[in-house]
Every structure is written in C-alpha cells, then in structure tokens.
Design a protein around this ligand. Structure first.
Ligand SMILES: Cc1cc2nc3c(=O)[nH]c(=O)nc-3n(C[C@H](O)[C@H](O)[C@H](O)COP(=O)(O)OP(=O)(O)OC[C@H]3O[C@@H](n4cnc5c(N)ncnc54)[C@H](O)[C@@H]3O)c2cc1C
Length: 234
C-alpha cells in the first residue's frame, strides 16, 4: 500500500497499525522501515540518518548509445567509499546512466530542494568527467534517499516487543544486509533458528550518538573531509 503511512502502532492484544484511512490488525509485525524505527519510538539517539543522492539521465538516443559503446547494463562502485557510483541501465524506461554520490547527515530525516540542487552540481561534474562523449546529455531525474547507519556498524534485528520484530538499519548496504535482515526477522517471527540468526541476536545494540547538534556538525565535517580526500573518485 503506497502512500498509506502507518501513523500509529499499538498492541491491543494483537498489533493494530493505523493509517490515515484504515487499519490493519496482526498478531505479529515486522518493521522494515530502516531509520524510521526512530519515528516509532525505538532506538532514539542511536541511529544515524545519512542521505545519499542520485541523478539519472534522460533516455539516450541510438547515436549516443553508439558513441558510448560497451555493454548496455553494468554498474561500477568506486574504490573510495566516498566516491561516485555509476550505473548503465537498459530496459523499461530506455537506456540511461545513473550517477550517485555525496553523503549528508540529517538527523531530521528530511532534505530540501536547495540541497538537491547543490548536489546536482557534483553529479553533473562527475558525469561530465566520466562521459565526455555524452556532452550535452542532461539529467531527467534527481533524488536523495535515506540510509540508516549505526556508529558501531550493527543492524537492528530482533524482537522489540511481544510479536514486534525489526529488520532495520542496513548501514547503507540494503541489497545484501537488508535482504538478510528481512529473512532473519521472518525466521525469528516463525520460531525458526539458524547460526546467522543467533549471530544477529547476539549483536550489540547501536551505540549512542552525541547530542544532535554536535553529532550533525561533527558528522558533516567528517563526511566533507572524506569526500575531499576521495579526489577524482568523487
Ligand atoms: C541514491 C541511493 C543509492 C543507493 N545505492 C545502493 C546500492 O548500490 N547498493 C546497496 O546495497 N544500497 C544502496 N543504497 C542503500 C539502500 O537503498 C538502503 O540501504 C536500503 O534501501 C535499505 O532498505 P530498507 O528496506 O531497510 O529500507 P528502505 O528502503 O528505506 O525502506 C523503508 C520503507 O519503510 C517505509 N516507511 C517508513 N515509515 C513508514 C511508515 N510510518 N508507514 C509505512 N511505511 C513506512 C518507507 O516508505 C520505505 O518504503 C542506496 C541508497 C540511495 C538513497
């Protein structure tokens, strides 16, 4: 159900999840909301909300595809973690290039259009440096999205309350860690155990963060410095 946020989650015998226009009742619930675990009152002051950003070109023409050459689908991650990820995509929606870079720490879990515009300059520069043969190809979509990190790099996998399970805080590696977390939380809710689940349950809690203004200044300075050190990887 897109666009139907859960606005309250209470245990009244079973769990009752209320949305603006309805409610769902279930004996067991798995929270897979990443950093929004905080919005439900869990792990307050323990989760870092870091944004990263992407821009996607318009559909490339056949002439541009020929100039680009190579395979139609590939992805490259940077040698430096603060660098730029580049993806060449092809299929529904045509042939395009996606550029992802920059990180910002935003405890309020929101970023505004001005930020997206500033980051867009870094995307355009990274695109131009890598694809001079596509000079003049403009970006059609730009967006930012939330990563949830913990200071000690742990995920939040476990039972938060009776019948309420968490598969959250992927530390930026959602495709691998998020998939694992979801599977383990489902196993836990069904009483199925495994060495991987036992390891997850034995993990520490996310360590506490310094007070929000200090954490925000410190984290953003640290990120900017690391981004500068990434040099041409960015
Ligand atoms: C631009 C960008 C590029 C990335 N590239 C990669 C990559 O190449 N490889 C990789 O592994 N990771 C990548 N990541 C990180 C990856 O996207 C995340 O780690 C992953 O999406 C986390 O998965 P998740 O399911 O835990 O949380 P999310 O994908 O954040 O999903 C949480 C869901 O919970 C929903 N939700 C929150 N609150 C409520 C509520 N109250 N009611 C109902 N629903 C709610 C949200 O709408 C959302 O759909 C990238 C992230 C971004 C932003």
């Amino acid at each position: 159900h897109e666009n139907s946020p859960v606005i309250s989650l209470e245990r009244k015998g079973d769990w009752v999840a209320r949305t603006p226009k309805g409610q769902v009742t279930a004996p067991r619930v798995i929270m897979a909301v990443n950093g929004h675990l905080n919005s439900f009152g869990y792990m307050q002051g323990q989760l870092m909300h870091v944004f990263t950003y992407a821009s996607m070109t318009r559909v490339l023409s056949e002439d541009e595809i020929a100039r680009l050459g190579g395979r139609r689908i590939w992805g490259l991650t940077p040698a430096d973690p603060m660098g730029t990820t580049v993806r060449r995509i092809s299929g529904t929606g045509g042939d395009r290039i996606v550029i992802r870079n920059r990180f910002t720490f935003d405890p309020k879990m929101e970023v505004d259009a001005r930020r997206i515009a500033r980051v867009a300059r870094d995307h355009d520069r990274a695109f131009a440096a890598r694809f001079p043969q596509l000079n003049g190809v403009e970006m059609e979509h730009r967006w930012g999205g939330r990563l949830c990190l913990s200071r000690n790099g742990v995920q939040v996998i476990g039972e938060l309350d009776v019948g309420l399970y968490s598969a959250c805080c992927q530390n930026g590696l959602g495709t691998a860690k998020g998939t694992l977390a979801g599977g383990l939380a489902a196993d836990l809710s069904l009483g199925i155990t495994s060495p991987a689940l036992e390891r997850a349950l034995a993990a520490d809690s996310p360590s506490r963060l310094p007070p929000s203004p200090i954490a925000q200044i410190g984290a953003n300075m640290h990120i900017r410095l690391a981004e500068m050190r990434a040099g041409k990887e960015l």
